[in-house]
Design a protein around this ligand. Structure first.
Ligand code: ADP
Ligand code: MG
Length: 693
């Protein structure tokens, strides 16, 4: 249960004064729907209104706050000329300028003969000091409210600064004083203030420096966030390794026969990775290893051998994929091998229902099944393994940490192997997995042809379609990937369906459509027709992104390539170039492109190396944005910026380790405070494990 002290932060923004249904919807879109989310909506700029000269001394082109007396109003003589209000102080005169103004409204705000505080940008025309549309025009008693530094927040359509600032201010007023979770010596050494004071300071920048990641206030908040992240990972890890690992040692018989029936020779990388994994399994420590390998580097084969080792030792092995399509594909790849080796293999997905499902579950529970392929359905509590020794998670960036954990809990000391095609830099790895042993597949299987990648403006879509027509005539299979539309996958779907209708008109029933909203069986049927049957042109949303293998497909068209992350484009492109034929990837873009977008598409043309592409993307867009994409599956940070806070991450990691040594169940006063920290950063799942553990 969430600590009571945090309740005010988790209330909806609609409870704030002045935030009605319209604004709360807008704020929810912009920052999130809770008070806490507005607190984390940090300023990106500031307006300094502290400069407060007399009219005679005022320097133009600066934002200033002046105390003036209204002399007279000069209404606009015609629609193109502005309304003017002449003002003075004891040193001189100035003019306030208003375009399309309502005179009665200005008369009320600026009555002749009255003193007012005005604030805005000054300009000088010849001798005349002017201010167009002052940001503030208030009575004298509000001077102190105006003569400050105003934070500038990121906005969105329909959201303007003034009401948003007010809502954020109201949110900050609800921030409780929380007990300190930092180690005292670190806090002193860094000269950090309390968490709530830092949060308020961050929202009231006094200089441009304070807006950067290096401001001490932001650093403290970033540290809190990284500590929450590292502590959560440590807690999860503690659970994973609490059960002692077991020695899994097979006699090698299945693996030997597998090498004989494998239709290719393992690459050096594959061989090396398999050795590393087997060594982990044979040790008495619990394995937690990541296999990183580009799309097409042959991770499935790498997973297969340790699974066989587990089965040789008399135990079970499970392989889990993030989508139904992928699970089915793995099953199709592995089933013939299993049959030849005399191994019993089953597939379990959410689609299996009723009697059939019951039978599968029973065979898993009584050990009749040795190898299980599945989707997240394997995570469910009703599933009991007779003796699970190895769990392989493919393309795990789609799974959450706690899902990984629930699988590991299915067997005592289950060894875990996680496979990913996402090239993750080391610092980012730490935030996602903590310390994890890594095997990398750097070599590609022989005979792979690099994909010829071209960029084409969407204006030339007719040429592209004609090119596709020619290729189809020559018996080629073609993927057509539809754009990622922001906000809702509904509109993704609409775009794909529209393209499908259009292309069907031209190519008839050779066109197929596959998208995330389809039922599993429908999806499979279409994929099957594309792989083997009469569908030659497959319109797809990004559901095909991971893992699908159709070697005859040699052309891929990607619409609105500029909207995709590079890693994602690279993954998509990995679907082709799998056979011996030359493959082409056409990245269609909607111009005009900015410099960054141009550079990003250029990398895709020039490089075929996932790690190079990821590094370049990181460099061009910054960690925030690369990681900000929901697809990455890596943790997103509200304050921490890994490009700037790498050292803090290292400290947080050590800190978390110490905490786990000294107070692994978070019972001490500091431990209690750390629980609040975990809730504050919504790492509740980790706390849950703490309780059950
Ligand atoms: P990944 O999952 O890493 O993207 P896969 O395991 O799906 O890649 O392998 C891609 C293709 O490469 C498959 O068709 C597979 O049979 C083939 N393959 C894997 N290893 C080798 C190898 N050593 N030599 C030749 N082909 C291989
Ligand atoms: Mg794969």
């Amino acid at each position: 249960m969430r600590p009571e002290i945090l309740f005010p932060l988790f209330t909806p923004v609609s409870t704030l004064q002045g935030v009605g249904p319209r604004l709360s919807t807008l704020y929810e879109k912009l920052a999130g729907g809770r008070v806490l989310d507005l607190c984390w909506h940090l300023p990106v700029g500031m307006v300094d209104r502290r400069y407060s000269p007399t009219i005679a001394d005022a320097i133009s082109d600066r934002v200033a706050t002046l105390k003036i007396t209204v002399s007279r109003h000069i209404p606009s003589p015609n629609r193109r000329s502005p309304y003017r209000v002449i003002c003075h102080d004891h040193t001189g005169e100035m003019t306030l300028i208003f375009f399309h103004a309502r005179g009665d409204y200005l008369m009320k705000l600026l009555p002749v003969g009255e003193e007012r505080i005005i604030s805005g940008k000054l300009e000088r025309f010849g001798d005349v000091l002017q201010m167009a549309h002052p940001d503030h025009m208030v009575p004298l008693n509000e001077e102190e409210d105006v003569k400050t530094v105003e934070p500038v927040y990121p906005l969105s359509a329909g959201v303007t600064l003034k009401p948003l600032s007010k809502a954020i201010k109201a949110s900050l007023a609800l921030v409780p004083a929380v007990p300190e979770w930092l180690d005292n010596s670190l806090k002193e050494q860094e000269n950090w203030l309390d968490w709530h004071s830092c949060l308020k300071k961050v929202h009231h920048p006094q200089s441009e420096d304070e807006l950067t990641a290096f401001s001490p206030y932001r650093k403290r908040l970033a540290y809190d966030e990284l500590l929450a992240n590292q502590l959560a990972i440590s807690l999860v890890r503690e659970q994973q390794t609490a059960a002692k690992g077991r020695v899994i040692k097979g006699d090698g018989s299945l693996r030997e026969r597998m090498l004989d029936i494998l239709p290719f020779k393992l690459t050096g990388s594959q061989d090396q990775s398999i050795r590393e994994i087997i060594a982990d399994m044979e040790s008495s420590n619990r394995m937690l290893r990541l296999v990183q390998g580009d799309v097409g580097s042959g991770k499935t084969a790498v997973a297969l051998f340790p699974m066989l080792a587990a089965i040789e030792s008399g135990s079970q092995a499970a392989l889990m994929a993030p989508t139904e399509i992928l699970a089915r594909q793995h099953y199709k790849t592995l089933q013939p091998f299993a049959e030849k080796l005399g191994i019993s293999i089953v597939i379990l997905t959410g689609r299996d229902k009723g009697k059939a499902r019951k039978a599968i579950l029973e065979s898993i529970a009584d050990g009749a099944t040795q190898m299980v392929i599945g989707t997240h359905a394997l995570f469910q509590d009703e599933i009991d393994f007779s003796d699970l020794a190895l769990a392989v998670i493919d393309e795990q960036h789609r799974f959450g940490v706690h899902q990984r954990l629930s699988l590991a809990r299915k067997g005592a000391g289950v060894d875990m192997l996680v496979m990913t095609a996402t090239p993750i830099p080391r610092t980012l790895m730490l935030t996602a997995y903590g310390d994890m042993a890594v095997s990398r597949l750097t070599e590609k299987p022989a005979g792979r042809q690099p994909v010829d990648t071209r960029t084409v403006s969407v204006e030339r879509i007719d040429d592209v379609i004609n090119g596709v027509a020619r290729s189809l005539d020559q018996g080629t299979k073609v993927y057509w990937v539809c754009p990622l539309v922001e906000d809702s996958d509904k509109s993704d779907l609409a775009a794909a369906e529209e393209r499908y209708r259009e292309l069907s008109e031209r190519f008839g029933d050779r066109v197929g459509l596959v998208h995330g909203r389809m039922k599993g069986a429908e999806k499979d049927a279409v994929m099957e027709k594309f792989a083997k049957g009469n569908v030659d042109l497959l319109i797809a949303t990004t559901v095909i992104e991971v893992g699908v293998d159709v070697p005859q497909a040699t052309i891929m068209v990607i619409e609105h390539a500029e909207r995709f992350g590079l890693a994602q484009l690279h993954q998509l492109r990995g679907r082709i170039g799998r056979g011996s034929e030359k493959s082409t990837c056409i990245l269609m873009y909607q111009g005009p492109l900015g410099e960054t977008s141009k550079a990003r598409l250029k990398i895709m043309r020039e490089s075929d190396d996932g790690f190079v592409i990821a590094e370049e993307d990181l460099r061009l867009r910054g960690a925030g944005e690369v990681l900000g994409t929901r697809q990455s599956g890596l943790p997103e940070f509200k304050v921490a910026d890994l490009a700037c806070h790498g050292e803090l991450l290292a400290t947080a990691r050590n800190d978390a380790k110490l905490i786990m040594d000294k107070d692994p169940t978070l019972q001490t006063p500091r431990g209690q405070a750390l629980r609040i920290l975990l809730y504050l950063f919504e790492r509740d799942t980790a706390v849950k494990y703490l309780k059950s553990g």
